[in-house]
Design a protein around this ligand. Structure first.
Ligand code: GAL
Length: 363
């Protein structure tokens, strides 16, 4: 979408995966504080995004969406001012139907211009736009209306489509949105995370600066996967240029969660200016090789073991876009160590449900 945003995938936090409807303004302010005090903000995580349940069930007397008085008594403008004062941006949520997915708020269908203006007047920077209660019409009719309304709103607002991949949004959303969900909701377990990665992989060629495939938000720190599974989750999301939207409670994040989310070298792959989505390039049973090009002729490489015992995974240069004769340095992004002068192929021992992630730099 041509609004100058999303030149690299968006990074930030969203309330849904951890809190669902249990949100309020204190939580959001504390999360903004934590984003800054932990140092995650400086690493690029800039959006603080409200999901469903921030508003009243009924519009106000002027027909405007209204923040829920019991949980957001100071209003969204005040919250946006607070988030902006921390150097961060505020995201909000609505729905391309008559009700949001929780059934607890009105949707924006047929109120697109009015709601976009409301969001702009509050200083909102990002809209996630869901697909419930959609009256059965195609998202291809409903989502462009909001895209246009945001462009007319007088404020530059990131547009995140969430129609769950129903009508192959990768094929039509790049001109109207900055990201589009390609799948149903992620669950905090290995099976869900890896199958979503597979579904999202099909659409790799449609992503690029301005618009990204969205395999849903991160579950790291929510407790349903092991550390190695979460490391794989973060590594895959980074390699495939997915939005990096943290979904845990930032106020009580432990050291392991922080270590995963704050790996600068992995984040740099996600935010690489070339903006090409990495893909699964080879599969041998449970052993997978994922790779994609980076700027300066480098290649990002992920060796992923989906099986239940450890495995030695090999990749050959011709699978990942190098000539066999090319000599590269191999940088391990999790061990932070470099092996120089590697030629033709590379192998590593990978534990069950774990991965190894590298950047290969040709000489
Ligand atoms: C779903 C959406 C989730 C979350 C939820 C809120 O449709 O995919 O990410 O926003 O609605 O009710």
């Amino acid at each position: 979408m041509n609004n100058g945003l999303a030149l690299t995938p968006q990074m930030g936090w969203n309330s849904w995966n951890h809190f669902q409807c249990d949100i309020n303004e204190t939580l959001i302010k504390d999360t903004a504080d934590a984003m800054v005090s932990t140092g995650l903000a400086t690493l690029g995580y800039q959006y603080i995004n409200l999901d469903d349940c921030w508003g009243e069930l009924n519009r106000d007397s002027q027909g405007n969406l209204a923040p829920k008085a019991s949980t957001f008594p100071s209003g969204i403008k005040d919250l946006a001012d607070y988030v902006h004062s921390k150097g961060l941006k505020l995201g909000i949520y609505s729905d391309a139907g008559t009700l949001t997915c929780s059934n607890r708020m009105p949707g924006s269908l047929d109120h697109e211009e009015q709601d976009a203006k409301t969001f702009a007047s509050w200083g909102v920077d990002y809209l996630k736009y869901d697909n419930c209660a959609n009256t059965g019409t195609s998202p291809k009719e409903r989502y462009p209306k909001m895209s246009k309304a945001l462009l007319n709103s007088g404020r530059t607002i990131f547009f995140s489509l969430c129609e769950w991949g129903h009508e192959d949004p990768a094929t039509w959303a790049p001109s109207i949105g900055n990201s589009w969900r390609t799948t149903g909701d992620i669950e905090d377990n290995w099976h869900s995370m890896t199958s979503i990665a597979d579904e999202n992989d099909k659409w790799a060629s449609y992503a690029g600066p301005g618009g990204w495939n969205d395999p849903d938000m991160l579950e790291i720190g929510n407790g349903g996967m092991t550390t190695e599974e979460y490391r794989s989750h973060f590594s895959i999301w980074a390699l495939v240029k997915a939005p990096l939207l943290i979904g845990c409670d930032l106020r009580s994040m432990n050291d392991v969660t922080f270590e995963l989310l704050s790996n600068k070298e992995v984040i740099a792959v996600n935010q690489d200016k070339l903006g090409v989505q990495g893909k699964k390039v080879k599969k041998d049973g449970d052993d997978e090789v994922w790779a994609g090009p980076l700027s300066y002729n480098r290649v990002a490489l992920l060796l992923l073991n989906r099986g239940s015992s450890n495995s030695n995974i090999t990749t050959y240069w011709t699978d990942i876009g190098f000539n066999s004769s090319t000599i590269v340095d191999v940088r391990d992004l999790w061990l932070h160590s470099t092996q120089s002068e590697v030629q033709g192929q590379f192998s590593a021992q990978v534990d069950s449900h774990a991965c190894k992630m590298y950047v290969l730099t040709p000489h």
